[in-house]
Write a protein that binds this ligand. Sequence first.
Ligand code: GCU
Length: 865
Amino acid sequence: MRASKLVYSDFRSMCCIGLDFPDGAILRCGFDRRFWSSGAAAAENGIDGWLRYAPLPADLLQGAASTPTAIVVLNSTDSSPISIAAREVQKGLQGIFGKNLDILQPSAARNGSHVVLGTLSAYNTGWGNLNVSNLAPDGYFLSVRRGSVSIVGRNERGVLYGAFAYLSRIAQGNFGDAQFVSNPDAPIRWVNEWDNLDGTIERGYAGPSIFFSEGTVVKNLTRVSQYARLLASLGINGLIPHNVNANPSILSDENIDGLGRIADVMRPYGVQLGISINFASPKSLGGLNTFDPLDPAVIEWWNNRTKALYKRVPDLGGFIVKANSEGQPGPLTYNRTLADGANLFARAVKPYGGIIMFRAFVYDRFADWTVWKADRANAAVDFFKDLDGKFLDNVVVQIKYGPIDFQVREPVSPLFANIPKTAVAMELQVTQEYLGQQSHFVYIPPMWKEILDFDMRVNNKSSTVRDIVGGRVFGQKLGGYAGVVNVGTNTSWLGHHLSMSNLYGYGRLAWNPKQDAQDLLQEWIRLTFGFDKTVLDTITRIGMESWPTYENYTGNLGIQTLTDILYTHYGPNPASQDNNGWGQWTRATTTHIGMDRTVKNGTGNAGQYPPEVATMYENIETTPDNLILWFHHVPYKQRLKSGKTVIQHFYDAHYDGAANTQTFAPAWENLRGKIDQQRFDEVLFRLRYQAGHSIVWRDAICNFYHNLSGIPDEAGRVGKHPYRIEAETFSLKGFTLTGVNPPETASNFTAIWTTPRNGTGEAVTTLDFASGTYNIAIGYFDIIGGRAHYSAYLNAIPLYEWYGDLEDRLGHAFSEKLDGHSATRVTIPGVQVKRGDVLRIVGVANGNETAALDYVAVLPEGIVD
Ligand code: GCU
């Protein structure tokens, strides 16, 4: 057997960081260090995202027949987007070609190949004659003729977007001539951050806020400026830094000034500031005794605050409002309509050209689950349909893509087809709240594309959701996109380097929703990791398989992400969906599962869609398998179009999903040496973690429905773990048996833990396996509140040692309890075992963290258990 002792803290200082450390990794790491010291790749921490401007490989550089010799700016002030565009082009060409170009005024331009930057009017007044009548606001014209480049915007922002588009082309080795106009699909392309004034971020998984700390705006806004640069490169033109669950004191004089500083930093990048406001502010901040939207004193209060805001931020984009939702105050308190509430603000910002993003996420969180026809999915249409036509023209209703809440699969929200006289925006979630919280990787654009390309068949005519959002179906001037991003101070921005593909994809789709999700992923890979074909192929595969894989091991057939909706929305807890007022019901019984949303027998939700779509969802035969449980309540043995029963599909999908997840980390490991060390290690660590946690998901969901329905798995896998030794069967000293909650998140429903919590425990077993080489996986629980310590010994020789410190290493807290969030595992690869070897594990609790073990799996190569 291998017996050298591996201590995680030693590894921190080494190049190789990961959950699983084979002894061989030491050798491999040594190799890598030598490799990197040869200058193969510079250290990178992700801060530049896709804007790295890395030198091109020599073979690609040969394609650049001639390169520009100077940059000419036609019109700019020091802090204008055009000036930023010029500096960005300078930086890009320096990085990519190693050429340092001067930035010149037109009068100083000599003969040569120039990158000319200016607005259309400046271009036609001072440089040439360009006829591009189809150039829309924020749009750009790009002409590349060998080394001569013209970048012309309808406005200054457009010039900056054109500059980034040009840089993206050459950074990807595309030196071909081109001449085209690119206009955004919709005017609103915003991001929402859910940052709190105290510096925490609601549903943020990458460290504290870059905007706020201790009740106010941070002093150093460098990260905000870096973020604005990333956003501008995608064509994002608005940002709301403050949580939709808004703190009224965002509107204090001090904070208005702080917001002004944020706006000042983002303005050169063309990113407008928007503000999230709390409906009750006149009362809670202003000291009035009411926040009734029709009360003159309330109106005056808002007008005054709005005036103060615009005084400090003259180009403020407007407000976002979450009203009467999840405990937030709103107009319904005073029997006023949601339109009364929205219009109050619309009037206040109108004189300044502002808009109101009014969220449609309004529902009753105390719904009665015993009522068969009650349905949260109906809420948005129920609340908003009759208000159509009552909103002022600078109100945009911001609608989440699905009727519930960013689930792994939902149909498109029917509200998009129900308020033709109202401008709408689609809210998408870049932060992976229900999709693994950046500890799992899910590339989301393929899901967004399904939503955007969905044809609502309004009036029986083609009416894709993207055309509705772009204002074309109902003739709206306003419309667009809001992406909930929640970046943090982590240099990777989102916690997982690969998750940045979601921000990239979001921005690029908001500019042009017709683009292909895989093309966008590959653009992002080239810009983020370079040109190696194996890198491209590997990340493309992982990325394109990631959403279906995650869906497979979390929630199938439209049942939603079967996570713990009463706690942290992360690990599995299918029972938490039902029997409470939140309305994310599955209606699972011992015989049936799924929401009956038909008109004939259920909640009537299918009838909220235009007739052709309504008919499709009303009938089980025409409802696609992947939404069958969203729309229909069926027996577990209902046959799908695939030929499988619902329950067997659940089992198979979970086993397939978890098995496929096991392939991601090894595929990534093949990229060792092709990606800089830090990003390589950090991604590897998370992919390995995901592999372990996908098994937690698989087992919890399969066991739950197996127990509930009593229907066996045709393949005989569920509940059987031939390679595992349950911790409760070890001989124990200091450890005692415990159940976990939910029970199915522990193997055999039982774990062991140290009691008292600050104690030490020892668990010993004899390995009754044929002698050979095995991967030893140890299931344990990592709760927050301390860093428990574990050491494993084989025949008294130290084998492996680790800490329960995932909260540090994954950058977000999971749970204080033993459950599906805290359940995880480590794998020690390549251990030589002889029949009769003795395995001993010592756990030492720390702080509030108990040491808790679930099982040990002794796995022959290729076996997943
Ligand atoms: C989800 C999320 C909340 C958030 C809410 C919203 O429910 O869990 O944290 O506040 O959406 O979008 O307003």
